[in-house]
Design a binder for this molecule. Structure first.
Ligand SMILES: [Zn+2]
Ligand SMILES: [Zn+2]
Length: 829
């Protein structure tokens, strides 16, 4: 054995990390292929947008995924752990406008930097041969292929819809480009325009998307609830109110038809198509238009936010409630969306809290139509809406009935009198995928004056993004401006035609990338069916809670759609989902504007990847927020040094020693070793509680220091060897470079990533008592029953205190006391 194979005295993380990263890359340690002889495990972290720099949130996300992947691999699974780039999107285009770099150049440079200078420095166990980037033709052509398949099945269609419009830049703005209702570039008030846009018919899968949530037992309850609410199935009735004067019908949908007699006003969305007719010629008209323009420039999600101030304006029009023929005023409300129900709602302030607050604010009337059991509700003195069940009041023929009964009876009444009908309503809307932008997948459609809308034949895919375009940020999208792109030939009649110039929402890219990873080089299909059959579904998916609704819902929709195309046999893409918490500092999410960002490069340079990983895994369980702490990072760094030092000290002595087996049961360190193996394994298996697993490793290291404090005799070396082996293996998923270096110094062959995870010896743990044989001058004189895990020093003290030993030594202090493997004490007198 040469000295060079042993550890260096000092832990030099730079040297260790570079060395092992090179080694993994060279031997393609983490490359995987389908292997029917092994159970598979697919671990996936949500792929990043190549903004140019990773942040601490990424480090945490990828460290979590890496521990899981490495652990499963050591448990004998064939682990697929890929990484790629969600690389279409607005920032590249904005950079092009600001700095004049082409989005592709900017994006590809960012990818190279993030991969080579950042992610690879973290020591993540990716199969880099499977890397994908959604902005490359070999990927986005399949987005186009899916689009055409969906178009053929009526799942992609075009309809009029509103877009944000900057009248000064003369351009369509994405929602992210509207800041407080103003254009991000020129601060002009954003207006709206109606444009023909493409939609995916996700509502065709609404029922299944909702029902199969029940099968996703590996998802956090919070995410399931958010998805259920987003899909929003509700059953109720649709009733038509008649507008006074015009006689037109204003339909409303309600799930609370039992309160129909309590309607005191109506509210409609600012976007409602009947609005202009309602206000025409009225003195309120101008004020209403100003109000609507302002509300429509706001983000829709924030408009329906519970915390958002409810605002409205009276249109001057009235409508007739068909149940009691009462005339009620029609208002416009900022909280009413055209996308939900009919874009008009009935307002019952006595029994709906939002309506209650609105009525109080604008002094609108209120009427109790459901009485509480005490029958003492009076509209004028109510402090809040009464939303519980009760008995019908002020409701004509339904008075006195329990409201639950009245619900059915009123629905029957509405249907029999032809005032409306029972309806199932979904909150879920079809997915608008058109973007009037350049840096996305071109929608593969051609318009011909003779043939109409013609999909690009699949053998002519991809429709490539033209490279010779200019980015001014003004006027129409660069694709509209590009004559060479726009003008084409009709595939049906050969005449001149024009291309669709919209590109797809980037959520399309991320809706099936997990399938592409199964066979990323496949060029005859989006993915190979057999490979996907082997790897899918994703066993563990990890990402931020901000994707709880849209991305995860779209991915589920695509999976079902792809199944129905016959390409894949599963129903759901992700078996288990982990939504990791945020990384916060000084109580707030790290952000540039708050000035509390810690750059991962800084910690990588100062402490190394293993410390960065260890800290981010130790500071909090994965699903919780992680509070940044300089002391925490220092602590992780010191811990690694402490492990290094004790292994360094023993490595030469234990290198050729066989680790202790079951015959060492009863030894304190042996017991601690196996307790730690058990604890770390269980903590990883139990919802990935890496923080307590690492704490157990720290405890074990403390015990090793105690154990070694008086020097280690040769007979103890097997136990020490077993402890060092276990510690190194248990650390491997958390601090992989560090563990590789230790493992090698212990004489390990190849990479530790392929070594089997240690198993605890149940016998070492169950024993709560041990029997120690006491000899005096080589003759058995006594037996002591002592607690398991007791130290040699305590065994020695117990032996010397034994009555028989005291008698035989007759008050003289012994010449020598030898404790053998925690089982036998020989007292020489
Ligand atoms: Zn502008
Ligand atoms: Zn044609």
């Amino acid at each position: 054995m040469s000295r060079e194979d042993l550890l260096e005295e000092r832990y030099d993380f730079n040297k260790v990390e570079e060395r092992w990263q090179r080694s993994w890359q060279k031997s393609k340690t983490f490359k995987v292929t389908e292997d029917a002889s092994k159970p598979k495990y697919y671990c996936l972290e949500m792929f990043p947008y190549p903004s140019g720099r990773i942040h601490m949130g990424h480090v945490r996300n990828y460290a979590i995924g890496d521990v899981i992947s490495r652990y499963k691999r050591m448990r004998g699974f064939n682990v697929l752990h890929p990484m790629g780039w969600d690389s279409f999107g607005l920032p590249a285009e904005n950079a092009a406008i600001k700095h004049g770099t082409h989005p592709q150049k900017w994006t590809l440079e960012n990818i190279a930097f993030m991969r080579d200078k950042q992610l690879k420095r973290l020591g993540l166990s990716y199969d880099w041969d499977r890397e994908i980037a959604t902005c490359l033709e070999d990927y986005y052509r399949w987005n186009q292929w899916f689009f055409i398949k969906m178009y053929e099945r009526g799942l992609a269609y075009k309809k009029l819809s509103y877009v944000n419009w900057c009248p000064s830049c003369n351009t369509v703005l994405a929602n992210e480009q509207v800041e407080d209702g103003l254009c991000w570039r020129c601060s002009t008030v954003v207006t709206h325009r109606e444009l023909e846009q493409w939609f995916f018919k996700i509502t065709a899968y609404a029922e299944e998307l909702l029902a199969s949530l029940d099968k996703l037992t590996g998802w956090p309850e919070r995410v399931l609830t958010m998805q259920r609410n987003w899909i929003g199935k509700s059953t109720g009735v649709e009733v038509a109110f008649t507008v006074e004067g015009t006689g037109e019908n204003l339909a409303i949908f309600t799930t609370r038809q039992d309160t129909l007699f309590g309607v005191t006003f109506m509210s409609i969305a600012p976007e409602h198509p009947m609005l202009e007719a309602l206000i025409k010629g009225r003195k309120q008209a101008d004020a209403v238009r100003v109000f609507c323009q302002r509300v429509m420039s706001e983000d829709k999600a924030s408009r329906t936010d519970e915390k958002k101030e409810k605002e409205g304006i009276f249109t001057g029009a009235f409508a007739i409630n068909p149940l009691n023929n009462e005339k009620v005023p029609v208002w416009v409300g900022n909280f009413v969306l055209m996308e939900y129900g009919t874009g008009a709602i009935m307002s019952v302030p006595a029994h709906d809290q939002r309506d209650f607050e609105f009525a109080k604010k604008y002094s609108l009337p209120m009427r109790v139509v459901i009485q509480n059991p005490e029958k003492n509700l009076v509209a004028e003195t109510m402090k809040q809406a009464y939303i519980e069940d009760g008995f019908m009041a002020n409701s004509g023929p339904f008075n006195g009935l329990p409201n639950i009964t009245a619900k059915e009876k009123i629905a029957d009444h509405v249907e029999s009198k032809k005032l409306g009908k029972r309806t199932v309503n979904w909150r879920l809307r079809d997915w608008g995928i058109s973007r009037q932008r350049y840096w996305g997948t071109p929608i593969p459609i051609i318009y011909c004056d003779k043939c109409g809308t013609v999909p690009v034949p699949v053998d002519q895919l991809p429709v490539k993004l033209p490279m010779d375009v200019e980015f001014t940020g003004k006027g129409l999208s660069p694709l509209v401006e590009s004559k060479s792109f726009r003008e084409t030939m009709c595939p049906a009649c050969g005449g001149s035609a024009r291309r669709e110039t919209d590109t797809m929402d980037t959520f399309v890219d991320s809706s099936w990338y997990f399938l592409r990873y199964c066979s990323p080089q496949e060029d005859r299909a989006p993915f190979d069916k057999k490979s996907a059959g082997y790897w899918m579904s994703v066993d563990q998916y990890i990402g931020g809670i901000e994707h709880a609704v849209l991305h995860l819902l779209y991915a589920r929709f695509f999976t079902k759609m792809i199944r129905d195309l016959g390409l894949f046999d599963g129903d759901e893409p992700f078996t288990n989902l982990l939504t990791q918490g945020m990384v916060i500092k000084d109580g707030a999410k790290m952000s540039k504007s708050k000035g509390n960002v810690v750059d991962p490069d800084f910690i990588l340079t100062k402490y190394g990847a293993d410390t960065a990983r260890l800290f981010s895994l130790f500071a909090a369980p994965p699903e919780r927020d992680l509070e940044w702490s300089d002391q925490g990072v220092e602590g992780a760094y010191r811990f690694l040094h402490r492990v290094w030092a004790i292994v360094y000290k023993q490595s030469e002595a234990v290198r050729h020693v066989k680790p202790a087996g079951p015959d060492a049961r009863g030894d304190a360190l042996y017991r601690k070793t196996h307790l730690t193996i058990k604890k770390v394994t269980e903590d990883i298996e139990r919802e990935f509680h890496f923080n307590t697993a690492i704490a157990a490793l720290m405890e074990m290291v403390n015990e090793m220091y105690d154990y070694a404090s008086n020097g280690i005799t040769n007979d103890k070396l097997p136990v020490v060897r077993a402890a060092i082996d276990a510690l190194t293996l248990l650390l491997a998923p958390f601090a992989p470079h560090f563990a590789e270096e230790l493992w090698e110094s212990l004489g390990g062959n190849g990479t530790i990533a392929n070594v089997a995870w240690p198993q605890h010896d149940p016998g070492a743990i169950v024993a709560t008592e041990i029997v120690v044989v006491v000899q005096v001058n080589g003759k058995v004189r006594s037996r002591l029953t002592l607690p398991a895990g007791i130290s040699d020093k305590e065994i020695e003290a117990a032996a010397l205190a034994d009555a028989k030993v005291m008698e035989l030594s007759a008050g003289r202090s012994p010449k020598k006391v030898i404790v053998v493997q925690g089982k036998l004490v020989n007292v020489v007198v």
